[in-house]
Ligand binder design. Structure first.
Ligand SMILES: Cc1cc2nc3c(=O)[nH]c(=O)nc-3n(C[C@H](O)[C@H](O)[C@H](O)COP(=O)(O)OP(=O)(O)OC[C@H]3O[C@@H](n4cnc5c(N)ncnc54)[C@H](O)[C@@H]3O)c2cc1C
Length: 493
């Protein structure tokens, strides 16, 4: 029997050192704390994972480690299944408690958590899971969700004095004795924090997250509503806080509190409108994650089963062209190329991409969900799957929108600057031609360096419209629609 009793803090999508309930509870428990993150092979080998995520997580862990190291405290990073890690730690320690956040993740992390529940129970280890993002486990429907959620935003912050955190500090020799191969984060170059470059991939970490949040409330939000749908301008005028929220560099409450302070201090109605629009989206965030928590089958199945019998043939050529930004549709290709290079594209373009893939290319949303997840730096399963299904029209409860990528280009990129930035082949093409619907085989001189459209837009649009509305108006779709509304729509307050 090992003598030294410890608590574990298992980091997940909560990579920060403030407003962190598991660390707070571990300090309260009074035992030395072993804080760790593990790049679990089951998760990092799944198709929705990518280097975007990995690099952001490294940045975040490095930021935490540097702050802890200054206080002579340690954080451990592994590449192991959690069960294997625990077994190795048990050679030396008596693990009394594990503190973590509840994860509303993909099926792999959900099944891992079910296994871990039995695993900890069998070993007599107390596992405390704290709520994240105000999302509640075990709700059968969302009838009273709104008021419960708002109440959670008023709860105290779980802040703590870092000096009070008594971490387990093992030497490399002791780690080797336990066969624990940890990742040394320090080999990675320290990033030039606070130097924000909007043209590249955002770096992770709580320090940078807070700087980003400040820069938004200090000025960037002024054009939030005006620029939100414009692919170039949204990069600066939107908050860009999504990856920091998804990987937990910021808590929802920290962002909400910063919003509230700014809103209360402002006397300008224009500012208040921008801030309110931002707040709505922050709430949608938890709304979608809660929806997914209640109905996680959405990762694999159409929310409304009446849509199961459309889009039954996968066309790998179309899928590949779409993924590579090579469809011959300028705004679609520019958005995809931007996403692949930076991990970011604004909401309207994401909606247009999903709409184009499912309606115009007539491909099933499941053929693109992993790929899009892997290139979204802010990948959050609880938003990703419900949004994707909403845009694909398979929820049966939302308005079906088939975006016209040429019209969107004219409205959201009027001078085609965004398109030309990402498609150098169109450098010399007149703007009005970029905005005009082009048919396959037209062979226009100004498009000689660019691709022919891979499908005919107008006939694809007509087919999608007819087929989608036929299903949406069917008795089966209406029956399932009512069931979905009964589960997810809140009663009037
Ligand atoms: C098909 C599709 C997939 C998406 N997948 C993700 C995802 O994996 N992760 C993710 O964070 N967002 C996702 N979104 C929502 C949205 O596009 C991004 O949250 C937003 O573009 C991020 O930029 P921002 O931080 O500047 O947002 P802002 O406009 O500044 O919004 C503030 C915050 O609100 C939340 N938010 C914004 N828009 C939405 C929305 N429509 N639904 C729910 N929450 C929202 C985000 O956390 C965001 O950081 C998806 C949208 C679509 C259409």
């Amino acid at each position: 029997m090992q003598e030294e009793k410890i608590s574990l803090v298992w980091l997940k999508r909560d990579l920060r050192l403030s407003d962190h309930e598991p660390i707070f509870r571990a300090i309260e428990a009074g035992l030395p704390v072993f804080i760790f993150y593990s790049f679990e092979p089951d998760i990092t080998m799944s198709a929705d994972w990518s280097e975007f995520h990995e690099s952001f997580i490294y940045d975040s862990l490095l930021d935490m480690e540097l702050r802890l190291r200054d206080l002579n405290k340690r954080l451990y990073v592994f590449e192991e299944a959690i069960e294997d890690l625990i077994v190795k730690l048990e050679q030396k320690f008596q693990i009394q408690n594990v503190f973590s956040h509840q994860e509303v993740g993909n099926a792999i992390s959900y099944e891992r958590d079910l296994r871990m529940k039995d695993f900890f129970q069998y070993r007599n280890i107390n596992w405390t899971e704290c709520e994240l993002n105000g999302v509640m486990r075990g709700l059968k429907n969302r009838k009273s969700w709104n008021s419960k959620f708002l109440a959670k935003l008023k709860v105290r912050d779980y802040d703590f004095d870092l000096a009070a955190l008594n971490t387990v500090n093992l030497s490399n020799y002791e780690m080797a004795q336990m066969l624990l191969e940890f990742k040394n984060l320090s080999f990675r170059q320290i990033k030039p924090f606070l130097k924000i470059d909007f043209s590249q991939v955002l770096h992770g970490g709580e320090t940078l997250a807070k700087a980003f949040m400040r820069s938004f409330f200090e000025g960037r939000f002024q054009n939030y509503n005006k620029h939100i749908s414009k692919p170039s301008l949204a990069q600066e005028s939107c908050s860009r806080l999504a990856p920091y929220l998804s990987w937990g560099n910021l808590s929802l409450k920290q962002v909400f509190n910063a919003y509230q302070c700014k809103y209360n201090a402002s006397e300008d109605s224009w500012e208040k409108r921008n801030l309110s629009a931002f707040k709505s989206r922050l709430f949608w965030r938890s709304h979608f994650i809660q929806k997914f928590e209640t109905e996680s089958e959405m990762e694999f199945q159409n929310q409304n089963p009446a849509f199961n019998y459309i889009r039954t043939e996968d066309n790998h050529e179309l899928i590949e062209s779409f993924e590579n930004g090579m469809t011959g549709f300028p705004l679609v290709d520019a958005s995809m190329r931007c996403l692949r290079a930076t991990g970011y594209i604004n909401f309207r373009m994401r909606a247009m991409l999903a709409s184009f893939f499912t309606h115009i290319l007539w491909q099933d949303w499941r053929c693109i969900s992993d790929y899009l997840a892997s290139v979204f730096l802010d990948y959050e399963p609880g938003i990703h799957y419900p949004q994707l299904q909403m845009q694909a029209g398979t929820t049966g409860v939302n308005t079906i929108r088939i975006y016209n990528p040429f019209l969107q280009c004219e409205r959201q990129d009027p001078d085609a600057l965004f398109v030309r930035k990402w498609i150098p082949e169109l450098q010399d093409t007149p703007t009005e031609l970029i905005h005009r619907v082009r048919k396959p085989g037209e062979q226009l001189l100004f498009f000689k360096n660019y691709l022919d459209p891979i499908v005919d837009y107008e006939s694809s649009y007509r087919r999608a419209k007819e087929d989608l509305w036929a299903v949406k108006n069917s008795p089966e779709a209406k029956y399932y629609k009512q069931k979905i509304l009964d589960t997810h729509v809140q009663s009037a307050k």
